[in-house]
Design a protein around this ligand. Structure first.
Ligand code: PLP
Length: 464
């Protein structure tokens, strides 16, 4: 399997190279040259597999022969061993044709564990093979940071530095990052907002001369291909349990950077019978406006109860647009140069193709809280606000359809208790493995909102 960049400047990259590179050198994102296909009889044979066994089947063609199967299998099994549900990604039924796929049984209670548990181990494997050490640098508005720290902390080959905006993440989110043990783990609270953190990370990647001898930076943000790859698996897992390949299903996906739903799009194009894919957004609705009205113009950022979807520009959307533009890098670059402007759209013919592929909805905070209260009253299930956005969108877009509708439950409700309280419900309890979170010792350093403050810190603290 070879990988190419959406901007046309890189081809013939292998899986391991893509893993370590993150953003392609030409500024584009890596995508596979072509997608592996699974037939109905392949899928039939997957039905009795455990989650890690299924994951191995789905991702092997993408890794090709770059990692021996026995090693890949061990990495995957270790990654999901600590999940607190034997099914790893269990399904909960809410109505006759309505299901929720629980993706919050990993160590940090959000779906990002599915990818980052594997990514950390894959990095360690490849770095050991290369006898190489790297510095991981990332910015987080909440969930990515803790999942990345949990996924990478066991690797002696990495020093990981995560920036978060000082006093702008929830207490649970901060504690989940700053209580991770390990002398290769560093949390920096930047005196600025999330965009400032991202700007600093970008600048550090552009000029890495501050790093100790021979080190390079590695990105673990959602544009890393390996993260997308691991998310394809749970679409197959859920659909197979509800009757695929004979029975088709639909999915509704709470969307921020378009990573999670892009994985669903890939699953569909690998042969999984998915009827509809719903793009569920909160008030930050650029993707909903694009799907419903061919409007990709920029607006102001809104702060909502589902903060992991408070995003203005969805970085992974470029991967879908590349396909929409028939994989023409020039057309894509032209479109991308207009991102952020007051008016941006695609041709009518292209927009029709978007509408064949996706449905969409935008759900405001009030409706989100109402639905959390309603589902709790009806089913006794407590939804996190991101999941509630997804379920509301499913009910709007998929009502009356015959196939099972599966909403991705992207986080545990205890992680976002503000919305739960606003819905008039008691504060949810953290699961047992995090019950003492608030008693654990925190370690983090507050730094000025300046590139030099961060790069100086990294130079001083990256282990020799
Ligand atoms: C990251 C995140 C999302 C958005 O996922 P994308 O891949 O960025 O679309 C949704 N819900 C939760 C809880 C998240 O942490």
């Amino acid at each position: 399997m070879k990988y190419i960049s959406t901007r046309g400047g890189c081809s013939d990259y292998g899986f391991k190279q893509v893993l370590l590179t993150g953003l392609a050198p030409d500024g584009g994102l890596f995508v596979p040259e072509q997608l592996p296909q699974f037939s109905a009889s392949d899928m039939e044979s997957f039905k009795q597999l455990s989650y890690p066994e299924l994951a191995l089947k789905i991702i092997s063609p993408f890794v090709a022969d770059e990692i021996p199967e026995a090693d890949l299998s061990r990495i995957i099994h270790e990654s999901y061993a600590d999940f607190d549900d034997p099914a790893v990604a269990p399904l909960t039924q809410l109505g006759e044709r309505e299901w929720v796929l629980e993706l919050f049984h990993g160590p940090t209670l959000a779906f990002k564990d599915f990818a980052l548990q594997v990514l950390g181990r894959l990095l360690d494997y490849v770095l050991t093979e290369n006898d190489q050490r790297v510095v991981i640098l990332g910015a987080t508005s909440g969930d990515t940071g803790s999942a990345a720290l949990e996924g990478c902390r066991h690797s002696d080959r990495v020093d990981i530095f995560i920036l978060h905006p000082h006093q702008r993440v929830s207490d649970v989110q901060r504690k989940q990052m700053t209580t991770v043990p390990g002398d290769n783990v560093f949390n920096l609270a930047v005196e600025g907002n999330f965009d400032d953190c991202q700007r600093i990370v970008k600048a550090a990647f552009a000029d890495q001369s501050f790093l100790p001898d021979g080190r390079q930076l590695v990105a673990v943000n959602s544009i890393n291909w390996a993260r997308i790859l691991m998310q394809i698996v749970y679409y197959f897992s859920a659909a197979l349990r509800l009757g695929a390949p004979q029975q088709a299903v639909s999915f509704s996906v709470p969307t921020g950077n378009f990573g999670d739903i892009y994985a669903g799009y890939l699953a569909k194009h690998m042969g999984l019978p998915i009827e509809r894919l719903v793009v569920a957004t909160n008030k930050n609705d650029i993707l909903h406006r694009f799907v419903s009205a061919n409007d990709y113009s920029a607006t102001e950022l809104n702060k909502t109860y589902s903060p992991s979807m408070d995003i203005l520009v969805s970085s992974n959307f470029e991967r879908y647009l590349f396909d929409l533009f028939d994989r023409n890098p020039q057309t894509l670059s032209g479109f991308m140069s207009g991102v952020g402007s007051q008016s941006l759209s695609v041709s009518d013919e292209q927009w029709q193709r978007v509408r064949e592929e996706f449905d969409s909805a935008s759900v405001d905070d009030e409706t989100t809280c109402q639905l959390i209260a309603e589902v709790f009253a009806t089913n006794g299930e407590l939804l996190d606000p991101h999941t509630a956005v997804g379920l509301k969108a499913a009910r709007e877009c998929l009502a009356g359809r015959p196939e099972p509708a599966i909403t991705l439950a992207t986080a545990h409700p205890a992680k976002f208790s503000d919305a739960i309280t606003a819905a008039g419900l008691p504060t949810p309890e953290l699961p047992a493995h995090l019950a003492d979170l608030f008693d654990r010792e925190e370690r983090y350093t507050v730094v000025a909102n300046e590139l030099a403050a961060v790069t100086d810190y990294i130079r001083q603290h990256a282990r020799r």
